[in-house]
Write a protein that binds this ligand. Structure first.
Ligand code: TLP
Length: 335
């Protein structure tokens, strides 16, 4: 089976297993797991923030951030179809009691003018916006990368209007590799940023939330409240440290393979969307039926909307897998 469902499907590489099996451990709820502490230091440095917090998932990272930046009854501004809206089971409303305003965005990229228009004048009747969230790269946007100028403009605008800012950087290292701009520069100006270890970086579990020292202390309490305080979790942090050392630059290979997929499928007449990073979306009349037919033929992928199929490249795929997937798509096209 050629698994193109997500970059979350990878298994630890032999080097990663080795690092995990030798991890020095402690009880992280007491703050004394040395491997977790090292991962948090390294992550904070790479993201240009004072401190960081290891969390079990990207979803928890986003939800801790939303809870940590808002109060119940606040409004948060998010691009339509962003993960926090489309794939977190309504958690911002349930956990934080916030009103989520979904802002139309082209390829997942928010336009600062739309944010200006979405901020109402102060009014006793109105839920006041207190947080702006962006997703970089944008998953539903096809793995699109925010232009730095746009990110800087959004952060400055939010600061100006008294809003806090959070970046869902689940795939921020894909953005770093695609743009050549260091993650710390990309995240500059944003109060908090999460990134996932268990996507393109190839870890089995884990994400990291970064911010100021004082805010991360607050976030640590929220993580505990949500049941995300973990004990000898250095086993997983060791995988994270290994990935940050060995699996960042190689994301470029995933991007090349996604481009090859795009070109191969395009040449067969599929409605493929060009990808800047590791995702290719196909516009098709019936995505579920096509996903079933592909599965039978040996390619797994996700129908993320009734008319959109997503293919994701990752660490456990080689060039031959991509060529074989293209050939299988070709056979289905000819039927
Ligand atoms: N995304 C998953 C699915 O939930 C859709 C995927 O396969 O892409 N932010 C972004 C931008 C994400 O794409 C994801 C996962 C998350 C956050 C949440 O991460 P996890 O799955 O660790 O909770």
């Amino acid at each position: 089976m050629i698994d193109l469902r997500s970059d979350t499907v990878t298994r630890p590489s032999p080097g990663m297993w080795e690092a995990m099996s030798h991890a020095e451990l402690g009880d992280d709820v007491f703050g004394d797991d040395p491997t977790v502490n090292r991962l948090q230091e390294v992550a904070a440095r790479l993201l240009g923030k004072e401190d960081a917090l290891f969390v079990p998932s990207g979803t928890m990272g986003n939800e801790v951030a939303i809870h940590g930046h808002t109060r119940p009854g606040d409004r948060i501004l998010v691009a339509a179809d962003a993960h926090v809206i489309a794939h977190e089971t309504g958690a911002p409303a349930v956990i934080s009691g916030v009103l989520v305003e979904s802002i139309p965005a082209r390829r997942g990229i928010l336009d600062p003018d739309c944010i200006v228009a979405a901020i109402p004048a102060p009014d006793i009747h109105v839920a006041a916006p207190s947080l702006l969230c962006v997703e970089n790269t944008s998953n539903s946007g096809g793995g699109s990368v925010y232009p730095l100028q746009t990110l800087d403009a959004l952060a400055a605008l939010a600061r100006d209007r008294g809003l806090r800012t959070h970046m869902d950087g689940a795939r921020i290292f894909n953005a770093q590799v695609a743009s050549g701009i260091p993650a710390a520069r990309i995240a500059r100006g944003w109060d908090s940023v999460t990134f996932c270890l268990s996507k393109g970086l190839g870890c089995p579990v884990g994400s990291v939330l970064c911010g100021t020292r004082a805010w991360i202390a607050h976030a640590r309490r929220i993580r505990k409240m949500l049941g995300g305080g973990m004990r000898q979790v250095g086993i997983l942090a060791a995988a994270g440290l290994y990935a940050l050392e060995h699996h960042v630059d190689r994301l470029a290979e995933d991007h090349v393979r996604a481009r090859r997929l795009y070109e191969g499928l395009r040449s067969q007449g599929w409605g493929a969307e060009q990808s800047e990073t590791n995702m290719v979306y196909l516009q098709v009349p019936n995505a579920l039926a096509l996903a079933d037919a592909l599965m039978e033929a040996g390619v797994a992928c996700c129908a993320l909307a009734p008319d959109r199929l997503r293919l994701v490249t990752h660490l456990d795929l080689g060039d031959a897998d991509v060529e074989e997937a293209i050939a299988i798509f070709g056979k289905l096209r000819c039927r």
